[in-house]
Design a protein. Structure first.
Length: 281
């Protein structure tokens, strides 16, 4: 599986998220505490929003702990919304086009989990992708196909509904192929203004997901912690596993839940897959 983080708030250097925390994402690439695999060394990716119309992305097939270019970039790039992902492949090739986050226009997407027995369902799922979007699929992962299913079902209009329909189709397709538990997922997607994060699995035993507590409250609890005083009150993080051990800083996202982060506002909604109307006729 994989590990990821989604950050929004005060502009920070990438290294402040990827290297400096006690349990940073680079540290997790070597020794994940809560992942399905301890090591996540099959590549990584970073996406960030700067001054341009679309986010920047940087992908590498190197292990995150070993890549000198990532270390150099992280010491200089600054952004207020950042996606980062370290990969442990579930069977597809280690190549740059298979590294998350994936990008479509202003949208980024990353996934931890698996579409079970992906080769069995790949063709049927691919046929449900909007034809105009299909040429954009560059890699061979289930995660990228999942992204394009969500785009096909209206991710840019209504992310919660689009992801619910994509998951509904994946589950229906998988079960028609005799797969008991077709999907395992934590997903994050953003348009650069709002972040949507999802925790769900067909078996009801989903991969770990946490969100940060209110920064202002933490600042009051830990007045001598310097980092907390550098971050604005609207700073929020959604992560596969906590980046540190600060008591009260992290809260687990319940299973079958969507977290929506916009500015300093953070809301949670129940998540239930829905079969797309076109798939029922």
């Amino acid at each position: 599986m994989c590990r990821w983080l989604a950050y929004s708030g005060s502009p920070v250097r990438l290294e402040d998220l990827l290297y400096k925390p006690t349990n940073s994402l680079v540290m997790q690439s070597k020794r994940s505490r809560m992942g399905a695999e301890t090591t996540n060394g099959d590549g990584f990716g970073v996406g960030w929003y700067g001054n341009g119309p679309i986010p920047g992305v940087f992908h590498s097939t190197e292990p995150a702990w070993h890549d000198r270019n990532l270390r150099e970039l992280a010491g200089h790039a600054v952004a207020g919304r950042i996606f980062a992902h370290i990969r442990a492949t579930t069977g597809t090739a280690v190549q740059q086009t298979n590294c998350h986050p994936f990008r479509h226009g202003r949208w980024l997407w990353m996934h931890n989990g698996v579409l079970t027995d992906f080769p069995k369902v790949k063709r049927d799922l691919a046929m449900a992708v909007e034809p105009s979007l299909y040429p954009e699929i560059e890699g061979s992962t289930d995660s990228e196909l999942f992204f394009h299913l969500a785009l096909s079902f209206g991710l840019e209009r209504d992310p919660r509904a689009a992801v619910a329909q994509a998951v509904g189709l994946i589950e229906d397709t998988g079960r028609r192929h005799g797969i008991d538990y077709p999907i395992q997922m934590t997903v994050a997607t953003t348009d650069g203004d709002t972040t949507w994060a999802f925790r769900y699995s067909s078996e009801g035993n989903s991969r770990s997901l946490f969100h940060s507590s209110d920064i202002a409250t933490l600042r009051h609890q830990y007045p001598d912690h310097p980092l907390l005083h550098e971050l604005s009150d609207d700073t929020r993080l959604v992560v596969s596993e906590p980046l540190g051990d600060l008591r009260g800083a992290w809260r687990e996202v319940p299973d079958a839940t969507c977290v929506v982060v916009h500015g300093g506002e953070q809301e949670m909604y129940p998540f239930t897959p829905e079969l797309p109307v076109a798939a029922t006729v």
